[in-house]
Design a protein around this ligand. Sequence first.
Ligand code: URA
Length: 193
Amino acid sequence: MISGDNMTLDELNEKCLACRACKLCEGRTNLVFGVGNEKSKIMFVGEGPGEQEDLQGYPFVGRSGQLLDKLLAVIDLSRDKNVYIANIVKCRPPKNRDPEAQEQDECIKWLREQFKIIRPEIVVCLGRIAAQRLISPDFRVTRQHGEFIKKGDTLFMGTYHPSALLRYPENKEAAFADFLALRGKIKEMNIQI
Ligand code: URA
């Protein structure tokens, strides 16, 4: 338990800044804690900061972030308004390698605290690392993208990572359909965004 009652995201961010639980903090320029509306009912979770995110201190601000912002805009979502975006690990893995299991194990506690404060109704996992961590260890994005899975009070959905879409644009149509399904789910659940 890190967060006391009524802890804000800013206070949690301060605590996270002091974290030295894994070696990723040694190589970072900035901690990439998260961005968006604290009261949002929809959260997006990626894998970990890349180069631009490390330099600027915010998630998804590089090329993949531009694509994510476009997909969000199509369904009337925006980091400035009604979503919160974070990552499984808060410090950049060297050369953008996958975060190691131990790094994920240490860092996920911060994400769990973010969940406790924000209490999202829907969490969208961007890519394999987030989906395998938050939905199921054997999650396969190619087979299970777009499926909504209830865990506790929260619905989870996995979709393609925007970086993967830049590398394999042929999957953009499927990702687009996942975002439309998300919009449908928001309406169906009567979530006010
Ligand atoms: N990729 C991620 O998974 N997260 C970011 O913040 C940027 C790129």
